[in-house]
Design a protein around this ligand. Structure first.
Ligand code: BGC
Length: 253
């Protein structure tokens, strides 16, 4: 099955048709800069342009960097606050005429990494963290996602984890890798104590430089870099849309 996957991020909105059985894009992705401010109407316009680019008329899976329940955004940490309370599924469906399934960006990346990437074939509890502008989390148990864990907003010694150890903080505070790895290790140790995953998978912008910080981490559980890199969100979004399409009608939405 081929489904269009779209990944909405703070700086870019990327999309490509995805072969959801193989977990691969069927061609190069198309990227359009995220409009600023990233209001619902402005983002819906870019999403429409992406569908036009691929001349797409079928189902679409789409990520969004917020808590998403039944298509509705309940938070907006690094995007325009106008998203809170917006039904993203309905907004995009109205704008494009295509059926949409919108899920959290880290959840999408997590689904993709566990099915096709660094967590392939592994049972048990796996935690995927996307470390970029924010810190996103996906908790996956025997291949099933526990959505919207939002661990980046957990408090650690009086400060949100995302404000301590995101890649944005590393750059903004000019932390060297040793300094940043110490902060990130503290975060991993806390998550490790609370959830006892068998594996941490690190994605997002920082994962491109994994050789700089992975050897510095002391947490007892294995930590590996994501394998699908900047395609994980696109693939995971398409996967989420395909899974929903396969569910019995009474469970859908
Ligand atoms: C948001 C999450 C998102 C993460 C990564 C956080 O600020 O609250 O929903 O997954 O950033 O984009």
């Amino acid at each position: 099955m081929i489904i269009l996957g779209i990944d909405i991020g703070g700086s870019g909105i990327k999309g490509a048709p995805v072969d959801v059985e193989q977990g691969v894009l069927t061609g190069p992705y198309h990227r359009i800069p995220t409009p600023q401010p990233s209001t619902p109407a402005a983002v819906a316009e870019v999403v429409t342009q992406l569908l036009r680019h691929f001349d797409w008329h079928g189902p679409v899976g789409c990520t969004f960097p917020a808590v998403i329940k039944d298509g509705v955004a309940y938070s907006a940490a690094n995007v325009d606050k106008g998203w809170i309370g917006t039904n993203a599924d309905a907004l995009f469906e109205k704008a494009t005429g295509c059926p949409f399934v919108v899920i959290n960006d880290a959840d999408a990346a997590g689904l993709a990494e566990v099915r096709f990437g660094a967590g392939r074939g592994q049972r048990g509890v796996i935690m995927v963290l996307t470390v970029g502008t924010g810190i996103g989390s996906a908790l996956i148990v025997d291949g099933k996602l526990v959505p919207n864990t939002e661990l980046g907003h957990m408090d650690l010694r009086g400060k949100e984890v995302e404000q301590r150890a995101s890649d944005r903080v590393r750059v903004k505070k000019k932390l060297n890798w040793r300094q940043w790895a110490k902060r990130f290790d503290e975060v991993l140790q806390r998550f490790d104590a609370l959830f006892s995953p068998r594996l941490f998978i690190i994605g997002g912008g920082v994962s491109k430089k994994h050789e700089k910080f992975l050897p510095l981490l002391k947490v007892g559980t294995p930590v590996v870099p994501a394998q699908l890199l900047n395609e994980a969100g696109i693939i995971g979004a398409a996967l989420a849309a395909s899974t929903l399409a396969e569910q019995p009608a009474e469970l859908v939405k």
